[in-house]
Ligand binder design. Structure first.
Ligand code: HEM
Ligand SMILES: N[C@@H](CC(=O)c1ccccc1NC=O)C(=O)O
Length: 284
């Protein structure tokens, strides 16, 4: 006999009324669309590590999807002057980046011998063609129109990238917020579409110098400035983890996407999303 009070006995879901009949009710798997997600892994080789490689990228893309969602929310909150909400969302974006950073520890367990067993199967595909990654870069303000080119075979992706370039970047909405708070922000700095990355501007350096010199007088800007530094700090760690993992796995081979590989990724380490926020530290 099953005794529900016997901790050693097998648990019977029926004793506490746990639902077990799902033929006409929404189940866990129905709600989460698991039949689609868990059948979306199609290794092209019989190499054991290809599943790791696929899942690592798919989970990264899921986190990137959430990151874009939260970045859009944060950007809108700043446009609407809802700074506490924006702070909460930007903190979440940094935590998501931290998830992506931790995930490298799993992929790092794949050796060059493991990877070369299926690398050829990847053809010319590469993270270089990640639409969501490019949308994140564009949303943050690293706007290089030339990066649309690998998406030209897919008009929907091109449209999404162009729409993003038409919107103000996260940095631009922060600088417009500063203008509303009385700071001198030249119009061209917040103009869209911007097909180039933001470069350091003297007026914006001065803006952050004033904010950081007297935080209590400019608390909202001080807080958002630190949130942006946090975000870029995590993003830099992602780039560093990526290039280090790449060197560890393929050395200095060319990338499947056609770039020089590590040499290209090292160049990307120099990207500055919010240059004045970093450079102002030197003059404080
Ligand atoms: C063994 C694992 C990996 C290797 C060897 C690798 C290699 C490379 C290389 C060589 C590039 C330069 C483009 C090219 O010519 O292909 C690149 C770009 C890229 N990879 Fe990876 N990668 C790895 C894992 C990942 C993972 C897990 C992600 C996560 C989504 C990722 C996302 C990207 C992105 C977004 C770019 C474009 C970066 C940019 O343009 O700044 N990669 N990767
Ligand atoms: N670029 C990598 C291949 C690679 O890592 C990759 C291939 C297909 C889909 C995502 C990838 N990840 C990052 O670039 C290589 O050159 O080995």
């Amino acid at each position: 006999m099953t005794d529900s009070n016997d901790p050693g006995g097998a648990y019977d879901p029926a004793t506490e009324g746990a639902e077990t009949a799902f033929s006409d009710k929404m189940s866990y798997s129905d709600y989460l669309g698991l039949s689609r997600i868990l059948t979306a892994q199609s290794p092209l080789s019989d190499a054991p590590d290809e599943l790791l490689f696929i899942i690592q990228h798919q989970t990264s893309e899921l986190w990137m999807k959430l990151m874009l969602h939260e970045l859009h929310g944060a950007r809108q909150a700043i446009i609407d002057d809802h700074m506490p909400e924006a702070m909460k969302l930007l903190a979440r974006v940094s935590r998501i980046m931290e998830q992506l950073n931790s995930a490298w520890d799993v992929l790092r367990t794949m050796t060059p011998s493991d990877y070369t067993r299926f690398r050829d199967a990847l053809g010319a595909s590469s993270g270089f063609q990640s639409l969501q990654y490019r949308l994140i870069e564009y949303a943050l303000g690293n706007r290089n129109e030339a990066m649309i080119r690998p998406h030209e075979h897919d008009p929907e992706s091109v449209a999404l990238l162009r729409e993003e370039l038409d919107r103000p970047s996260l940095y631009q909405v922060v600088l417009s917020f500063a203008r509303r708070r009385g700071f001198d922000v030249p119009d061209e700095i917040t103009a869209t579409p911007a097909g180039e990355p933001h470069r350091e501007v003297a007026e914006i350096m001065e803006l952050w110098r004033i904010v950081y010199s007297d935080p209590s007088a400019h608390w909202a800007l001080y807080e958002v400035g630190e949130k942006l530094v946090d975000l870029e700090d995590y993003f830099r760690r992602w780039r560093f983890n990526h290039v280090t993992t790449v060197e560890r796995v393929i050395g200095f081979k060319r990338g499947t996407g056609g770039t020089g590989g590590v040499s290209y990724l090292k160049r990307m380490l120099e990207v500055e999303l919010f240059p004045e926020l970093w450079h102002v530290r030197t003059v404080l």
